[in-house]
Design a protein around this ligand. Structure first.
Ligand code: GDP
Length: 296
């Protein structure tokens, strides 16, 4: 992940560190290259502009520390600005509410919503010893509820028994009640997706939100769709309100544009990243670690 961006940046910085003393021209030239590398990585234009401006400001005002070369200092500044852009600190899923804590999963079809729901349930069970109930509210795709039930069995997490003919809101109410009466710590709602955002989808999400009263609303977005994922998160946040983002298919994302732009553009944190199809291929999003990966 981030391979191509990482490669380009290390090429740019290699040139800088070899040079010893740096002139303003050197810094400007390398910032032009950084700008190009970020744009090629599909980072959103406004994020690139702010990024380069911040690095330039800090580089100009920085005291030269004797133990490092000016080139190394620029790399340190880029690292700090990367962390700023990515969101500074890790922001994990919050379970800080009266049980059963409701988590609603939203997103487009194929983004990895159902898979991620099961991955998160497994992680809550394994790490927090939480008793989790999952419910699929997808009544459009015939096999959706069954798909979640199969994943539930695979990871050892209960799913709400399937009752044919219920609406998403009815299923949400039934799940909430079952979770409350049967002493579950967490109840997860896997909602239906569509191929694109439309009014009926947003209306359904708003209705489910009212019924489920979620503590977390997590948007699942495919990193490979780049800026589309960022725009999607922005729209979902404006229309439904989200508390965080799970970026999937990071394992195939050599560019990293969505990961880098998400926080600045949407104002919401990336909480988790999907790194593969397996049920434990889910990682916390640590800005520091991601910055290290990008800078090699
Ligand atoms: P949904 O329609 O949003 O519920 O999507 P699914 O959960 O059915 O996932 C669609 C496909 O993406 C499945 O084949 C998943 O195994 C795959 N998938 C989900 N997350 C990831 C991920 O992080 N990495 C990779 N490589 N594949 C993923």
């Amino acid at each position: 992940m981030f391979e191509s961006l990482s490669e380009k940046l290390s090429g740019i910085f290699e040139g800088l560190t070899r040079r010893g003393a740096l002139s303003a021209d050197d810094v400007n030239a390398s910032m032009r290259e950084v700008r190009r590398a970020l744009l090629e990585a599909d980072v959103s234009l406004e994020v690139v502009r702010t990024f380069v401006e911040k690095v330039r400001e800090r580089a100009v005002g920085a005291d030269v520390v004797k133990s490092v070369t000016p080139g190394q200092m620029v790399i340190k500044i880029v690292n700090d600005v990367l962390i700023d852009t990515l969101g500074d600190t890790a922001d994990p899923i919050s379970l800080d509410a009266a049980p059963p804590v409701a988590i609603m999963m939203v997103g487009l079809q194929g983004a990895g919503k159902t898979t991620t729901t099961a991955k998160i349930a497994k992680r809550l069970k394994d790490r927090h010893k939480s008793k989790v109930l999952m419910a699929s509210l997808d009544v459009k795709r015939p096999a959706a509820q069954e798909q979640l039930a199969i994943l539930g069995r695979q990871v050892g997490v209960d799913t709400l028994p399937i009752v044919a003919g219920q609406s998403p809101v009815q299923i949400a109410r039934r799940a909430e009640e079952a979770a409350r009466l049967q002493g579950y710590d967490v109840v997860m709602f896997d909602t239906a997706g569509r191929t694109h955002i439309d009014e009926p989808l947003m209306a359904e999400m708003a209705e489910i939100k009212t019924a489920a009263r979620p503590h977390e609303i997590l948007l699942v977005a495919d990193a490979l769709t780049g800026q589309d994922a960022v725009n999607l998160a922005k729209s979902f946040n404006e229309r439904v309100g989200i508390t965080g983002i799970v970026l999937t298919r990071i394992d195939g994302d050599g560019r990293g544009g969505a990961a880098l732009s998400m926080r600045s553009v949407t104002g919401k944190p990336i909480k988790l990243i999907g790194t593969g199809e397996k049920m434990d291929a889910l990682e916390d999003f640590h800005p520091q670690r991601i910055a290290n990966r990008i800078l090699g």
